[in-house]
Structures are given as C-alpha cells and as structure tokens.
Design a protein around this ligand. Structure first.
Ligand code: BG6
Length: 491
C-alpha cells in the first residue's frame, strides 16, 4: 500500500474547551495518528478562556477519545503533544503568549513552521482573531499557515460578506479552509466517482432520462442543548445553505477537465450560478417550512420544539424545510430537484434518489398507475452504498415485472460517519488539498439563493407547530411533489 504523506504541523484550536473540539477534533487527530497519517512531529495548542492547564486539557482529550474510538496503548504518548494556553481573543497579551508558545513548540517538535489555526468557536470573533493573528504576524512562518473555519459562515449574504472581508484581510483565499463536514463523508465524495468513472450513468445523467432528483437528510434528534444557536439559525441556514446545496452541486456539475481543486470548484460554482432565482412573492409554491410538535420516536414521547427550552416558547423558527429547485442550464432544464431536511423526523438518514424517466410503453406493469421507475439511490448515512432499482420477473409464473434491487453496501455498520469526515478533512487541510472545502463563491451563491426564502418567511408568522415528531414533516412537503406528479421515495 502506498505510504500516506505524513504532514508536520502545530495545530492551534480556538475553542478547545468546547463541544466540537471534544466530540470531533480530538478524536479525529487521534485517528490520524493511529492511522499513521500525521507524523510524530506535531503539537496541538488548545486555547480557551478557562484557566485550564496542560494536564487538564490532556485529561479531557483522553476522555473524549475513549468515548469516541477505541484507543491503543499509545494514548499517553499522543496526549503528551497537547498544550493548553488560557486565552482571551480580544487581549493582545494572549497573542503574544501564543506566539511565544508556537515558536517553542516548533523548535521542540521540528514542525517546519507549518501552522493550522482552527476556529472552533462562535463566529462573532472570527474577524477579531484573524486580524490579531495578522497583527502579531502569527500567520507568517517558514512553512505554510492555514485557517480553518466552521460554520455558520454568516447569517445571510451580507453578514457572510462582512465576515469574509475581515478574514481575507489577514489570510488569502487559498489559506482559508471553510469546513462543510458533509464534504468529508465517504459517499458524498463518492458522488463524483460514481458519476464520472462509470460509462453507464453519465450518458443518462440529464433531463432526457432523469425525471427528478430527491435529497433527504432527516434527523431524529431535536434541538438538544443548542437552542440559542439553532433558534437563530433554523433548518435552512443550518443544513440547506451548506450541506444540501453542496450535494446539489456535486450531483449536477459538469465533468471537470481535471481532478484539481480549481477545476472541481469551478464546475460546482457553475451549478450554483444556474440555480433559478426564486420569486419572493411566490415562495410557498416551491418551499415549505415546518416546526416539530410533540410526538413519539422509537416508542418514546418527545416534546415539541417550543417546549424544549424557555427561550423557544414563541419561536417561529423552522426545524424542517422542503423545497423544489430548478437549474437553468442545458443539461438540467426542466428537472425538479427536491430537497428536505429536518429535526425529529422518523429516522436519521441522508439519501439521494435519482428517479429515471419511464420507458415510452411498459407492457409489464400490472396497472397503468403501477409505476416502478428505475431509481438510483446514493445512501450517504447511516448505511453507505448505492442501490439501483430495476424491474424483473421474479417468479416463473406470470409475465409481469416486479421491482428488484441491486445493492452495494460499503459499510453497513459504520453508523453516522461524522468523525471519519472530520478526520478526512483535517488531513486534506494538512496536505493542502482544498477540494472538499467550500470556496467563497460557493458560500456567497448559496446564501444568495436561500436569502430569498428566508426573507420571505421572516415577513410572515408561520402556523407552527405543523408536523408531529417522528413523522416525515408537514403534509405540504408531500404536496410539493404531488402537484408535479411525483412522490418522495422512501427506498
Ligand atoms: C450540522 C448541523 O452542520 O450537521 C446540525 O449544525 C446537524 O444541526 C448536523 O445535526 C448533521 O450532521 P450529520 O453528520 O450528523 O448528518
């Protein structure tokens, strides 16, 4: 097997006492270490306001790793690379101290001056941090330095632009890695491969053969402890602006001329540019919002969104969104792309279904309305794989066709693949591969599209709650497809 590159770096995590660091980053760095994808020449500096010590950070890192993965005996050696530095993002002395610590660790671990600044914290400080890093020349070193940022990247196009300008005054676009963890998922990365490495699909991948595409990302969990963030965001900002539109771009883009970051990004950007703008006065024709009511999931009663937290009692925030998108280009004109995502739905699952047009006359159907169109399903999670629905004669009796499925299951037991996604993305960042990170143009175009929906919704109070926990969303989401003669496929 080819030996992976083993990058060297000092990784600086802003927000090291937070949930993201604990649940995703520490386990991911450990897995890179376990898998030999990071050299022994690395150090991690955890920054946050709390007065922790190196020891306290290390104990937390051990705890988070033991919760997330099965560690080897080398855990003690691994955590000895972690250092804590109490930090106030607005205080100059904090940056001076950080500079000193980085320099020391670069000497001790011989990291070639490579630096990652990972902002795993509230976005209101992103601009301040970027500017101070520049002021103290922390982004300047003998190696490379990169900035990794988490969503939310702004609240709408305007605020995203402001944030981007602040960050860009300190870092160049090619130093900025905007994380969308869906782009690290195995089957999301596979969309391109399935499309462009197989003769049989690409010829059919257009409006002559595909009748519609459906993307569903459903969750069972509710708002959990994130009421403050989530209520300000809602499902559209939380899932559609980023994860779902990224999947749309990958599904509909033209084949890139090369597998380079720039070529792939430029094809994705073209798809987002071709999204048909929505008419703000007719949003309800193509978008549906929902908020969960109480209900039952897996036999357990769960409260409504408004009952989850005191702050939510009168909330008008959507926890579900479904929409119909149209792409105005030669390949896709006329093919509706239906999307839906929400909290407290029937199951945790992300899936893409491509429905092919029927043949002109199918003599093998039982009744006229008994259609079994061919469906290609790309299963992102929890099962990872693809299935292709065909018609075939199953028994020796009768001459009618019945649906059958060809299935490829990559990994049935992988569960939710978020930790692996972070591991892949962190590694890509360290080797300088920005393909699976979002370019500013993608972020801007996605905001532009969803802003129209959100602006229209903000002007009218919704009739919430309107779907039961444990269901697949409000009935209007089904009507959205029914009026075009389709329905959601639960394959
Ligand atoms: C995050 C959202 O980006 O994605 C969460 O903020 C959501 O609200 C999560 O639960 C879903 O990710 P995954 O990997 O569990 O599908």
């Amino acid at each position: 097997m080819e030996q992976p590159l083993q990058p060297k770096a000092v990784i600086v995590i802003f927000g090291a006492t937070g949930d993201l660091a604990k649940r995703k980053l520490f386990p991911s760095i450990y897995r890179l270490y376990q898998h030999g994808k990071i050299s022994k020449n690395f150090a991690v500096i955890g920054l946050a306001r709390r007065e922790w010590t190196d020891e306290v950070l290390r104990e937390n890192v051990v705890e988070s790793i033991e919760e997330a993965v099965s560690p080897d005996e080398n855990l003690d050696e691994f955590v000895s690379h972690f250092y804590y530095h109490p930090f106030d993002v607005t205080e100059d002395s904090s940056y001076q101290g950080l500079k000193h610590l980085i320099k020391n660790l670069e000497g001790e671990y011989d990291t070639d001056g490579n630096r990652i600044f990972y902002l795993a914290m509230a976005p209101n400080f992103f601009g301040t941090i970027a500017n101070k890093l520049k002021a103290y020349e922390l982004e300047k070193s003998d190696g490379w330095s990169r900035l990794v940022i988490e969503k939310p990247f702004g609240h709408n196009l305007e605020s995203a632009k402001g944030l981007n300008n602040q960050i860009r005054s300190a870092f160049k676009e090619d130093q900025i890695y905007r994380i969308d963890h869906y782009l690290g998922k195995q089957m999301v990365q596979n969309i391109e491969v399935i499309r462009f490495a197989n003769g049989i699909f690409e010829h059919l991948w257009n409006n002559r053969f595909i009748s519609n595409i459906q993307i569903t990302s459903s969750e069972v969990l509710g708002v959990e402890e994130r009421a403050r963030y989530y209520d300000h965001s809602g499902a559209t900002r939380d899932m559609v602006q980023n994860h779902i539109l990224q999947m749309v771009a990958l599904l509909l883009m033209e084949p890139p001329i090369k597998l380079t970051t720039d070529e792939i990004r430029s094809e994705k950007i073209k798809v987002l540019r071709a999204l048909r703008p929505l008419d703000k006065n007719e949003i309800s024709k193509s978008f549906v919002r929902g908020q969960y009511d109480a209900g039952e999931i897996n036999g357990e009663a769960v409260p409504s969104y408004r009952e989850e937290d005191e702050e939510l009692t009168e909330s008008n925030t959507e926890t579900f969104v479904a929409g119909k998108l149209l792409i105005d280009n030669y390949r896709w004109a006329g093919v509706p792309i239906y999307i839906r995502t929400g909290k407290r739905m029937t199951e945790k699952s992300t899936k893409i279904v491509i429905e092919f047009k029927d043949i002109p006359m199918n003599l093998y159907y039982k009744k006229d309305n008994d259609r079994n169109p061919n469906l290609l399903s790309i299963n992102i999670q929890p099962n990872e794989g693809i299935t292709l629905g065909l018609n075939a004669r199953k028994s020796s009796e009768g001459s009618l066709a019945e649906p059958i499925q060809l299935a490829y299951n990559l990994n049935e037991s992988s569960g939710i693949n978020t930790p692996e996604a972070y591991e892949r993305l962190l590694y890509d960042c360290m080797i300088g591969d920005a393909t699976n990170f979002t370019h500013w143009d993608e972020v801007a175009l996605s905001w532009k599209f969803v802003d129209t929906v959100l602006d229209a919704w903000s002007k009218e109070k919704a009739d919430f709650p309107n779907y039961k926990s444990g269901s697949m969303g409000p009935k209007e989401a089904d009507e959205l497809l029914a009026k075009d003669g389709f329905h959601w496929w639960e394959v």
